[in-house]
Design a protein around this ligand. Structure first.
Ligand code: SF4
Length: 181
């Protein structure tokens, strides 16, 4: 179809999509205040390693959303890392499938101490609709120690971020940054 006909049709039809939603200020995160708090506790960014232990992938979509520009978590001092060797916090999703139980345990062991585990979603918290069976170990706490549970199916990004911060706020004394002069 010639471009002239397409353009004429475009001008004739006009914009038919709905307008974008108005920004919701309640979804915004105060990156500056978070950054100050994380620096006060750690003296640097907190490293987060995500582990999918058998999720349906919807919890991952919320984690991806949290990692997007809207929440600016890197600006707040929360950084996803590529290896458990660099992580402070393990963010675990899904019920633990039997096939991934060993991998999850090894990931936990590969993460240096002190470390925190945040179980994200109802499946990670309780096993969810999958429960325990020959193929599934159920909740994350059945395989590795869990410090914070974020319920929801799936939980929204702000609740996941709140779970990470709850873990960070339990940082032991030797992880405290020196007081500023
Ligand atoms: S909690 Fe819900 S969204 Fe998350 S893995 Fe389980 S079923 Fe999927």
């Amino acid at each position: 179809m010639p471009a002239r006909i397409i353009l004429r049709q475009l001008f004739k039809t006009g914009i038919i999509s709905e307008p974008p939603p108005a920004p919701d200020p309640t979804l915004a995160v105060n990156a500056h205040a978070l950054n100050e708090e994380i620096l006060r506790i750690f003296g640097r960014a907190v490293g987060v390693r995500h582990v999918d232990a058998g999720s349906c992938n919807a919890c991952e979509l919320e984690i991806h959303a949290m990692n997007g520009p809207h929440y600016n978590i890197e600006g707040a001092g929360v950084k996803f890392v590529a290896s458990p060797r660099h992580a402070d916090v393990l963010l675990v999703t899904g019920p633990v499938s039997a096939h991934l139980a060993t991998a999850l345990r090894r990931t936990f062991e590969a993460t240096p101490d002190p470390k925190w585990v945040v179980a994200v979603g109802d499946c990670a918290a309780t096993g969810g609709p999958f429960g325990e069976s020959y193929a599934c170990r159920g909740r994350v706490a059945n395989v590795i120690p869990v410090d914070v549970v974020v319920p929801g199916c799936p939980p929204e990004p702000k609740r996941i971020l709140a779970g990470i911060l709850t873990a960070v706020r339990t940082a032991p004394a030797h992880r405290q940054a020196p007081a500023s002069p």
